[in-house]
Structures are given as structure tokens and as C-alpha cells.
Design a protein around this ligand. Structure first.
Ligand SMILES: [Zn+2]
Length: 441
């Protein structure tokens, strides 16, 4: 394995602003902020206890010599946990830093911390709909002003706006963003795109067909197009792996430029060997309808009508009431693997980029064993991949950590890391140039 120095990756385009806050800063601010935002803090404590069955006594954070250690045990996500536990930990950030234009403490701290590392960084964050529109506009302006104030020759912070997956809320988010950008066009060069995150459950990408169509149509007339970024195939445990992999391809076909994680597209299905996953018969029917529509391209990529017929027989055998329960034995794993290879080929031809966040996937993506992680397979298949830390604050990592993991555990070469780094930087270059041409908001 390579022992080269860890310094190739310096830029990343998949970060969540809140998840970047350093543990030291959060701990220092926690006592005073828990008092200012007592109701929200009590909500965090209650949700934490519900998810972990462990009650927190916050006095032990602040009144004990070992307080910081206790705090780190509660806040940091340093091992593989169910997503609900991660969310319960993350809630502390949500509780203590309600978005408001009058308080930039959290983003300021993140930008300051990262400005020492340098590089291009893209931070995703929500514009909460519960803020009245003028407040929300002011919040976005202040956030971008704050990011712009840290811009140097070596550090380029940019913002992507996270949208709710609820369709009506996503349309409201989009209307707000369009409106704000037409009123304040100098914000546009600082905004890279529109991100969809949070739970995928019940939200297939096809649900966003109309909205994506609208965004892409608007982009054609805009000097500052907004890329569509979409977390997909990360929560793959609730539907068949082939269905979750199909969601990744569907997102790509709908115009998503960057797929967040896309674990189901390339993970080794051996990860669920001997286990069963149930999905609705509607989901299974959608899968077969999609397979029929893509018969030709799938066949060319090695997923033949024989594989289709086998899967169909298995679905009939495994169907009960409104559910199909897929049992992952050797044959289903083989069928899934063939399908993933064909699905990756379609994504490769479309040209969507995969944002891979290995530590995040090993800790909250239910890929417990690194040998099942898809990064190696993505690269072997010629897909374009960027590497990022996702939530470096709460995971207590940095990009160097990801580079070491990629090299030493996932077998990624220096050449591949360099290629990934160049791809990441190329995503930002035009935006940085655009921002130079315009005055600050
Ligand atoms: Zn993410």
C-alpha cells in the first residue's frame, strides 16, 4: 500500500455547514447558548434520550474536570451508528444555532477554521421556511457576506442551498431562491447549486421530475446556472439494493450533476449476505417498468433478458401482501452486482459525478466493512468521483484523514487522488472567476 504523503486533496465540494463546526468551539459555546436557547436545548436532550436511551446531564460537560471528554462522547460520531443516533447528536448544532441574520457565530467559526487549511470548499445549508421571507433573504445575504469576507487567494468558500425533499416545500425554496437572486444578483456567483439531503425514505428522485425540469430550463437563460446536487442511494437499507441503485441512475437521467454518496450504485452486495430487505410491491413494479424501458442499454452493459427473467421469478416467489422481501443469497447478490455494473455504465455515459464521503459512509451509511465500500469500484468503472468529509466537525476528521483512508484502506492510488482533486477544483474554477467580476453583496 502507498505510503506517499497525505497532501493531494485540499478542496472538497460536499460539506454541510453545521456539520463542520469544530468540537472545541461547540463545547466552549455550549453553556451560554444552552441558556439563551433553553427550549431548543431541552428538545435536543429529550430527542437524544429517545434515540440512545441515555440521558445527558449537561452539568457534567461544564462543571467537571473531564467535562470535555464527556461532551465529546455525547457529540462526536466516531463509530458506526444507525442514522437516528447521528441525527440525535447533530441536533445539538440545530438547537444551539438557529439560523438568523443577526448571528453569524457558527458560519464565521467554520470559515475561519477552514481558511487556515485553504482550498475550495462548498458548504450546504438550509434556508428555513419558518423564517419570514425578508428575514430569510437577509440571512442568505449575511451568510454570503460572511463567506466572502474570508475569501483569499488560497481559500474559496462557496454555498449550496439545501432544499427539503417535500415537493411543495422544495418549490417554495426554489421560488425564494430565484426571487432573491433576481433582486440581488451579486449573490449568485457565491452559490454553487441546489442540494437535496435529509431522509430519502419515501422520496424517489422521479418525484422531483418537474422541479428539476424547471431548474434546468431556467439555467439555460442564466449566466449563473445552479447545479442540482442530490443525496441518493445513501439510505439504501429500506428498499432492494437494485432499486436504490436505480434511484441513482434516475437522478442522473433527470439532470442531477452530482450524486451524493450513491452507495447503492456500487456497494458490494455481500454486505447484506444472508439478510433480507423488504420493499413495497409498487417499488418493485417501478423497477421492472424501468428495466423494460432500458432493456437495450442494460443488455449492452451485461444485464441480459435472462437476468431480468430471473429477477422477475424471484419477485413473484418473494411477494406477500403489499411487500416483496428480497433475501440476499448468492444468486440475488450476483444479479444485483450485474445490475449495478450496467447502472454505473449508464451514469458514466451521462457524466454525472459522484461525491464520495468514505468516513461518513462507514459511520452512518451502514457500510461497516470498508471492503464493501463502492469507491474502488466506481473508479475501476471509470466514473468521475470527488472525495469529501461531509460533516468533518461531528466526525472529528479532516480531508487528510479521508486521503489516508482512501489510500490505506480503500486502495486508491496517488494518481486517482490527483484526478479526483483536479475534478473538484475544476467544479469551482469558473465560480471563483465569476465572483471576482462582481462587487460583494
Ligand atoms: Zn451529505
Amino acid at each position: 500500500m502507498s505510503q506517499a504523503p497525505n497532501n493531494i486533496l485540499t478542496s472538497e465540494c460536499h460539506l454541510h455547514l453545521y456539520g463542520c463546526l469544530a468540537k472545541e468551539t461547540l463545547w466552549e459555546l455550549s453553556e451560554s447558548r444552552s441558556k439563551t436557547h433553553d427550549k431548543r436545548f431541552q428538545w435536543y436532550l429529550a430527542e437524544y434520550e429517545k434515540a440512545t436511551r441515555q440521558a445527558i446531564n449537561p452539568k457534567k460537560w461544564w462543571d467537571s474536570d473531564r467535562g470535555f471528554d464527556t461532551f465529546k462522547n455525547h457529540f462526536l460520531c466516531r463509530e458506526s451508528v444507525p442514522f437516528e443516533i447521528f441525527q440525535a447528536k447533530f441536533n445539538l448544532l440545530i438547537a444551539l444555532f438557529p439560523p438568523t441574520p443577526d448571528d453569524m457565530t457558527m458560519p464565521e467559526s467554520v470559515f475561519k477554521h477552514h481558511s487556515k487549511e485553504g482550498g475550495y470548499k462548498e458548504y450546504r445549508t438550509f434556508m428555513p421556511l419558518y423564517l419570514a421571507v425578508p428575514e430569510r433573504k437577509r440571512y442568505l445575504q449575511k451568510l454570503i457576506e460572511t463567506a466572502a469576507s474570508f475569501e483569499t487567494k488560497a481559500y474559496h468558500p462557496r454555498i449550496a442551498i439545501s432544499f427539503s425533499r417535500q415537493d411543495n416545500e422544495a418549490w417554495d425554496n426554489y421560488a425564494f431562491l430565484k426571487d432573491t437572486l433576481s433582486e440581488c444578483p451579486d449573490l449568485a456567483p457565491w452559490i454553487t447549486g441546489i442540494d437535496f439531503c435529509a431522509s430519502e425514505r419515501g422520496h424517489p428522485p422521479t418525484e422531483k421530475r418537474k422541479l428539476f425540469h424547471q431548474i434546468l430550463a431556467d439555467n439555460r437563460d442564466s449566466p449563473n446556472p445552479l447545479e442540482i446536487l442530490y443525496h441518493v442511494g445513501e439510505m439504501w437499507q429500506d428498499i432492494a439494493i437494485h432499486s436504490a441503485a436505480r434511484w441513482c441512475v434516475e437522478a442522473s437521467e433527470l439532470g442531477v450533476k452530482r450524486l451524493g454518496h450513491a452507495l447503492a450504485l456500487g456497494m458490494n452486495a455481500e454486505a447484506v449476505s444472508g439478510r433480507s430487505i423488504s420493499e413495497s410491491t409498487t417499488e418493485t413494479a417501478s423497477h421492472f417498468a424501468w428495466l423494460r424501458r432500458h432493456r437495450q442499454v442494460l443488455h449492452e452493459s451485461g444485464y441480459t433478458p435472462i437476468d431480468y427473467a430471473w429477477l422477475e421469478r424471484r419477485a413473484h416467489m418473494s411477494s406477500h401482501n403489499d411487500q416483496v422481501t428480497w433475501h440476499y443469497d448468492k444468486d440475488l447478490i450476483e444479479n444485483t452486482t450485474k445490475f449495478q455494473t450496467a447502472a454505473m455504465e449508464i451514469v458514466r455515459r451521462i457524466g454525472s459525478i459522484i461525491e464520495s464521503c468514505p468516513t461518513s459512509n462507514l459511520r452512518i451509511g451502514a457500510i461497516k466493512n470498508p471492503v464493501h465500500h463502492p469507491l474502488r469500484r466506481f473508479l475501476d468503472h471509470g466514473l468521475s468521483v470527488t472525495i469529501a468529509t461531509d460533516d468533518p466537525g461531528i466526525f472529528d476528521i479532516d480531508l487528510k484523514h479521508e486521503e489516508t483512508l482512501a489510500r490505506n484502506i480503500l486502495g486508491i492510488t496517488s494518481e486517482e487522488l490527483t484526478h479526483s482533486h483536479e475534478l473538484t477544483e475544476s467544479l469551482f474554477t469558473s465560480l471563483v472567476e465569476r465572483a471576482k467580476l462582481l462587487p460583494r453583496c
